[in-house]
Design a protein. Structure first.
Length: 471
């Protein structure tokens, strides 16, 4: 393994997790270069100072039921700083009223009609109750739009009032444009296993009640001090050479491996490597693979991306924010005067996370941006803060002047898992798999959150390490 050189393109979580795993697999003699087009590592894990508190303005949590994030944090020595949300519950603005999110649903798909009686109209509840009388759902060998399937089976209220805001928080997309198999794989698996209705499938996915005296397993996890600590630690342990502020313009095969053209077009630099791991968004991967793997590039071109943003507010400690973890806004909701909401969700961070409570201020996160909506993020920072504050006042009555604010935009940061997404991913992985010394990782593959990125990074690093060991 002595002298092996791997170039990792992309310094976000996927790239840094892959670099760390490569270091474990290839040993100390290998050279691992991470090339990042921006001026910082970490990607969409970014922790800043807001009113003196360490605050995440990218991803703020990960799903605990997927083991990859917790396992990696334990492996790299950060398990003692793992934390989980408080018992505060989230609400949803649906049908003009603010209600608690019903607990017995799977991403908004009800496990029974009773579960959504407080959120849907009487007609909507009746549609859910009647689904069992419809012909069995049959997704065998196919995929479907989440919105279309739910409307056909459960009526229009379930997708608009429940599923759309929940999926919008994860994917920044709308239910009509997202595919069931990629965004709700557990539900699709339950249907494939014989569930005849969506309600039956959702019911089969409900966690068992905890044993008397025990607490239910946490759904989400995070890190005290911010999730950027994860990527900072990975970068340290991976012992990488970092080339930041340099885009990769081209990738070419050589007699012994690969050559990357980096930097500006007028004055490019060239980097030779035995293997290359592409941990960049789908549009960037497509450009680099257009000539090398046109089939993969074509499939990557079909994966759309959405831009999102975070507006962070630090309010005086006596601001009367609700005793809940946050509020989701259902589709088509608006202010009393008819003005559309700018935010799609609020997280009351000081209520949701115990480690952010107790300071001399309250932290609130407003999430903005949906697929196909570009005008919101084109507004300047002051305008966005004003609009999000107006939304907060409409929802909670809180009008306190912030102590501090921050606006973080993530242009093209959210891949859209459309109908047939997993087929596109299969095509990409098969085509790239025919190129020796190339592997891909990232949120656009099989999981948009931290666990999915870590899983793809481990798989890509393992593939390359095996190839380099053989060769």
């Amino acid at each position: 393994m002595s002298g092996r050189h791997v170039a990792v393109v992309g310094g976000g979580l996927s790239g840094l997790a892959a670099a760390y795993r490569l270091r474990q697999l290839l040993g100390r003699d290998a050279t691992i270069t991470v090339i990042e087009p921006t001026d910082r590592l970490g990607g969409k894990l970014r922790t800043i100072e807001l009113a003196g508190s360490r605050y995440d303005v990218g991803a703020e949590a990960f799903l605990s039921r997927r083991p990859q994030a917790t396992a990696l944090l334990t492996e790299i020595g950060l398990a003692s700083d793992l934390t989980h949300p408080t018992s505060a519950r989230a609400g949803i603005l649906a049908g003009g009223a603010l209600r608690p999110i019903p607990p017995r649903t799977f991403l908004g798909v009800p496990a029974s009609a009773d579960a959504v009686a407080g959120v849907l109209s009487a007609e909507g509840v009746a549609r859910v109750a009647a689904e069992a009388d419809l012909p069995p759902v049959d997704l065998t060998g196919t995929d479907a739009s989440v919105g279309a399937l739910l409307r056909a089976r459960l009526g229009p209220e379930v997708p608009f009032r429940l599923v759309d805001p929940l999926l919008g928080g994860v994917y920044a997309g709308h239910a009509d444009s997202l595919g069931v198999r990629a965004t709700m794989p557990e539900l699709a698996k339950a249907l494939d296993a014989g569930a005849t209705s969506l309600v039956q499938a959702a019911s089969s996915l409900m966690p068992k009640p905890p044993e008397p005296g025990s607490k239910p397993a946490p759904v989400f996890g995070s890190l005290r001090g911010g999730l950027q600590r994860l990527t900072d630690r990975l970068a340290d342990l991976a012992d990488i050479d970092v080339r930041s502020g340099l885009p990769v313009r081209a990738l070419r095969r050589t007699a012994t491996g690969w050559q990357l053209e980096i930097g500006s077009a007028p004055a490019p630099e060239y980097l030779d490597a035995d293997a290359v791991l592409l941990a960049v968004p789908a549009p960037a991967a497509r450009k680099l693979l257009t000539d090398l793997a046109p089939t993969a590039a074509s499939a990557l071109g079909e994966i759309q991306v959405a831009s999102v943003g975070v507006v962070g507010l630090a309010l005086p400690v006596d601001a009367a924010i609700p005793d809940s973890s946050g509020i989701l806004l259902a589709s088509r909701e608006h202010h009393g005067d008819g003005t559309p909401f700018t935010a799609k969700a609020f997280t009351f961070s000081s209520r949701k996370w115990a480690h952010l409570n107790g300071a001399d201020h309250l932290l609130i996160r407003g999430s903005v941006g949906h697929a196909g909506e570009t005008s919101t993020l084109q507004r300047d920072d002051a305008d966005l803060v004003t609009a999000v504050r107006a939304d907060l006042a409409e929802l909670t009555g809180v009008t306190a002047t912030p102590i501090d604010t921050v606006v973080q935009r993530w242009g093209g940061g959210m891949p859209q898992y459309g109908v047939g997404h997993l087929g596109l991913v299969d095509t990409v992985e098969r085509a790239v798999g025919q190129l020796p010394g190339i592997a891909v990782a990232g949120a656009y593959l099989r999981g948009i959150g931290l666990p999915g990125c870590i899983a793809s990074a481990d798989a890509a690093a393992t593939t390359l390490a095996k190839q380099l060991t053989v060769n």
